[in-house]
Design a protein around this ligand. Structure first.
Ligand SMILES: [Zn+2]
Length: 105
């Protein structure tokens, strides 16, 4: 799928002008050629499943360093946030246990 070289809008195949910014003869560029770019969906996946993120980072280090770095960053955040969430959940759990014990005694 071609993209407008001026505004980046997606162009219908064979369009003489960009429907977004009306640049005539927009000289479509194929953005897929630049395959190595961070991916939002993969970053979310890596955040939710850091193991997957680290695996993707390991697999992509050579062919796509930019994308690899973005999934690694997301995976690290997933570990950090997941660790904090676990600690908070444990603290809440302990507080509930303690309050129940106090009520019972
Ligand atoms: Zn355009």
């Amino acid at each position: 799928m071609p993209y407008c070289s001026h505004c980046g809008a997606q162009l219908p195949d064979g369009a003489p002008a960009c429907p977004q910014c009306a640049v005539t003869r927009p000289g479509p560029i194929v953005r897929e050629a630049a395959a190595d770019k961070p991916s939002g969906a993969l970053a979310v996946l890596a955040f939710l499943f850091p193991v997957v993120g680290f695996a993707l980072w390991f697999a992509w280090r050579q062919p796509s360093p930019l994308r690899a770095r973005s999934v690694r960053r997301a995976a690290v955040w997933g570990v950090v946030v997941g660790g904090i969430a676990t600690v908070v959940a444990f603290a809440v759990y302990m507080a509930v246990i303690v309050s129940v014990m106090k009520k019972l005694s």
